[in-house]
Design a protein around this ligand. Sequence first.
Ligand code: FES
Length: 159
Amino acid sequence: MKKQVFEGLSPAEIKEINAETSHYEDKAAVSIEALKIVQKYRRWVSDDCLIAVAELLDISPTQLEAVATFYNLIYRQPVGKTVIHYCNSVTCWMLGSDQIQERLCRHLNVGLGEMSTDGEYTILPIVCLGACDHAPVAMVGDELRLDLTENAVNEIFGR
Ligand code: FES
């Protein structure tokens, strides 16, 4: 008999994922939702959690990793409480998103993808956020910030 090892997951996570899978014949259909559930509790998805979720969904860790890699809002490394996604697609890039990213990283004393020492922030790139007419833009947590300028540090952290 196959041993079930969901040890990387909490009972609450397992319960929520099972509730999602109950709506589908193919458990794999909830791959992204299951990863989001784990991330809601932990802010990121560790290798152990990914393996446990794959087991729960009856798919291979490789399949689930492919989903996690494709969906850039699933974090596979620890991140700060607030993730700042700056858009680095063409319009934002032409209007200075690289400089904004450098200023934000310098302000927090972090590299891209690193967590600030207080655990509050991580800065990551993201593709077009669909607000090109207000470029350059960033998502600060769930909040879209438009028309950023060279004062982006104040515009983002000054509130
Ligand atoms: S290119 Fe940045 S929002 Fe579209």
